[in-house]
Design a protein around this ligand. Structure first.
Ligand code: SF4
Length: 74
């Protein structure tokens, strides 16, 4: 399987962080990709998948909680 579309959460526009969180490998946030949202995945900057889309992360309070309490902000 080609890795062409695979990328890290810290470089992905579907990664949603706490408002003041820094974009780092160990920072935790919610994945808001449309097909994955229902799973309420809390992922670190070093996590990744093939739904990756390059961009800056979104921001919302509660994104880094366990379980995440934030809604997706796009
Ligand atoms: S799990 Fe995949 S889609 Fe979600 S933020 Fe990480 S790289 Fe992006």
């Amino acid at each position: 399987m080609p890795n062409r579309n695979w990328g890290l959460c810290k470089d992905c526009k579907w990664w949603q962080l706490e408002p003041e969180a820094s974009v780092e490998s160990l920072t935790l946030g919610l994945c808001i990709e449309e097909g994955l949202q229902e799973f309420r995945l809390r992922v670190s900057g070093n996590s990744g998948c093939n739904r990756f889309m390059s961009g800056k992360p979104a921001r919302a309070k509660g994104s880094g909680e366990a379980p995440p309490t934030a809604k997706a902000v796009r």
